[in-house]
Design a protein around this ligand. Structure first.
Ligand SMILES: Cc1cc2nc3c(=O)[nH]c(=O)nc-3n(C[C@H](O)[C@H](O)[C@H](O)COP(=O)(O)OP(=O)(O)OC[C@H]3O[C@@H](n4cnc5c(N)ncnc54)[C@H](O)[C@@H]3O)c2cc1C
Length: 272
């Protein structure tokens, strides 16, 4: 039996009896969701995380991701990878997305109830599954061109990371030294070292989109000291065709190590 014992009755008590979520369903922005549908989504996700996702928790701890310094790639444990792909296939991420990106508008309390189940069963899986949610933020803040890219990221369920921390810039994120150098073709060349980046390299999605804080140089109206001088850059692991999403050349952002931490540890590369 897996480690995770969920408490669906408690989640539903909070959702329906404390927060009155049922009163807001089946009308207005949530017209597509009624109480029966929400109960069945919750019980299906509950069943999936207990019977499937939670099963991989101990296995992935004993058979952790393997970093290969030659290819600078990470191979994930097979059972975890298969379970993660089933999680993405349940469609649960669509409740975190706006309708314009193919999602189903859902009360945030419902989304976080589902998140509690997934996080409780296997927190690493929740982090790896964040790509579409990150893309939704990119879509909300992005230009028309970037909105098109965000749709590709969602459709292809590419992974994503947030890339803030540097060896000398943790709590004091405004001390970051990573530079963004403008290029003649309108793109940017990013130079710097980041660390502790969750899900930065793995073989579970075809591409990984890194959202990177860097400081533009030689750019009027941008850059300068502190947090106000930082801008956010989209750095794909692989370049992609912005109409079809077809993968192109490998970009120059690589991981150099994997942290040994609880839950889903890294193991040394296999001996040759
Ligand atoms: C498991 C894990 C996952 C992570 N994932 C990501 C990620 O995906 N992306 C990313 O960008 N980063 C990530 N991080 C990095 C994380 O955000 C940083 O560790 C965090 O910002 C703290 O930075 P630091 O580790 O350099 O510690 P420091 O900033 O060096 O702090 C060290 C100690 O000093 C204390 N301290 C710092 N400043 C002050 C102050 N002004 N006054 C009093 N005390 C202070 C801190 O509380 C702490 O105890 C991750 C870290 C971990 C452990």
């Amino acid at each position: 039996m897996a480690h995770y014992k969920s408490n669906l009755r408690d989640i539903e008590f909070n959702l329906f009896e404390v927060f009155g979520t049922g009163d807001r369903l089946a009308k207005g922005p949530y017209a597509e969701l009624d109480s029966d549908t929400v109960h069945s989504i919750l019980s299906e996700v509950d069943r999936f995380v207990r019977e499937d996702l939670a099963e991989q928790f101990a296995d992935a701890d004993r058979n952790p991701p393997v970093y290969d310094p030659k290819t600078r790639s990470v191979t994930m444990p097979a059972a975890f990878k298969a379970s993660f792909q089933r999680l993405m296939g349940t469609g649960y991420v669509s409740l975190d997305l706006p309708e314009e990106l193919g999602g189903t508008l859902a009360p945030r309390a419902l989304w976080w109830s589902l998140a509690e189940l997934v996080l409780g069963a296997n927190p690493a899986a929740f982090m790896y599954a964040g790509g579409p949610g990150f893309a939704a933020t990119f879509w909300r803040l992005g230009t028309d061109e970037q909105k098109k890219w965000a749709q590709i990221f969602v459709d292809k369920q590419w992974g994503a990371t947030m890339v803030l921390t540097e060896p000398d810039a943790g709590s004091d994120v405004g001390a970051g030294r990573t530079k963004a150098i403008p290029q003649a073709d309108g793109t940017w060349h990013i130079e710097g070292v980041k660390r502790f980046i969750t899900s930065a390299e793995h073989d579970m999605t075809d591409n990984i989109i890194h959202y990177v804080l860097a400081r533009p140089v030689d750019t009027a109206g941008a850059g300068g000291p502190g947090t106000k001088g930082l801008s956010l850059f989209m750095v794909p692991k692989f370049h992609f065709d912005d109409e079809t999403g077809e993968l192109g050349e490998r970009n120059g952002a690589y991981v150099t190590n994997v942290e040994h931490k609880m839950g889903l540890k890294a193991s040394p590369p296999p001996a040759n």
